[in-house]
Design a protein around this ligand. Structure first.
Ligand code: ADP
Ligand code: MG
Length: 215
C-alpha cells in the first residue's frame, strides 16, 4: 500500500489532474464524505487528508509515503527526512511583505531600525529581515494576518499573496516580494528505498503530466 498525503482545498483540487496522469482517481466523493482516508481507483494507493502544515510531518515520520506541500510550509518545517523530487508548479503564489498604505516601509527598514512583523512564516521572515540588516520583533500568528497592521499589533506582515485582492480589501499594500511559492512533491526517504518501483512510477507520471514551463 502507498499512502499519499494531501490537504483539502487548492492543493487537493490542483493535484487531481496529476494523480489522474498516474492512474490514480479518488474513488469516493471527498466533498461530502467526512472520511480522512480515501480509497482510489488503484487498489495499492490511498489518499489521506491532513492539514497543509501537517503534510511534511506525516511524510517525514512515515504516516504517509508521499505528499504534496507548499514551499512555504516546507521552509517552516525544515524538510528533514524528506526527498523533494519535483516542483509540481501548482498552488502558485508568492511570499511578500505588506503594510498599511499609510506606513512608510522604506523609512522603517533603514539599517538599524526595528519593526514589528506578524506572520505564520517566522523562519522565512527572520531570514529575510536578517539579510536586509533590519531588526525585527516577530509575532507568530496562525491566520488572518491582514488584521495585524490594522489593529496595531504589527507594522508589517509576511504572508502569501496571489491576486492581491485580500490585501486590497484590507487597505494593505505589498511592499516587497520575498519569493515565489509553489507546491512540491515530498517523499519519505525510507519509503523510497522500500517501495522504490511504485513510487518511482508515480513520480515519473507526475513529471510527465506537469504543465510546460513558461518560456
Ligand atoms: P490553509 O488555509 O489550511 O493553510 P490553503 O489552501 O490556503 O490552506 O493553503 C495551502 C497551501 O496552498 C499553502 O501552503 C500555499 O502553499 C498555497 N497557497 C496558499 N494561499 C494561496 C494563494 N492565495 N494562492 C495560491 N496558493 C496558495
Ligand atoms: Mg488559506
Amino acid at each position: 500500500m502507498i499512502t499519499l498525503a494531501l490537504s483539502k482545498g487548492r492543493i487537493f483540487d490542483e493535484s487531481l489532474p496529476l494523480l489522474k496522469a498516474a492512474g490514480i482517481e479518488i474513488a469516493e466523493d471527498s466533498e461530502s464524505s467526512r472520511r480522512l482516508i480515501l480509497a482510489t481507483t488503484r487498489p495499492d494507493v490511498r489518499v489521506v487528508l491532513v492539514r497543509a502544515t501537517d503534510v511534511p510531518t506525516y511524510v517525514q515520520h512515515g504516516g504517509a509515503d508521499l505528499g504534496v506541500a507548499g514551499l512555504d510550509v516546507l521552509l517552516e518545517h525544515g524538510g528533514q527526512g524528506l526527498y523533494q523530487p519535483l516542483d509540481l508548479r501548482i498552488a502558485q503564489c508568492r511570499m511578500s511583505v505588506a503594510v498599511r498604505a499609510d506606513f512608510d516601509y522604506a523609512a522603517a527598514v533603514k539599517q538599524g531600525s526595528r519593526i514589528r512583523v506578524a506572520t505564520k512564516y517566522v523562519s522565512v521572515a527572520r531570514d529575510h529581515f536578517a539579510d536586509k540588516g533590519v531588526h525585527v520583533d516577530l509575532i507568530k500568528l496562525y491566520g488572518s494576518m491582514e488584521l495585524a497592521p490594522l489593529t496595531g499589533l504589527a507594522d508589517a506582515i509576511v504572508d502569501l499573496v496571489s491576486t492581491g485582492s485580500t490585501l486590497a480589501a484590507n487597505r494593505l499594500v505589498e511592499v516587497e516580494r520575498i519569493m515565489d511559492i509553489s507546491s512540491r512533491l515530498v517523499v519519505n526517504q525510507a519509503a523510497l528505498k522500500l517501495k522504490q518501483q511504485p513510487i518511482r512510477r508515480i513520480i515519473e507520471a507526475f513529471e510527465s503530466a506537469l504543465p510546460g514551463l513558461p518560456a
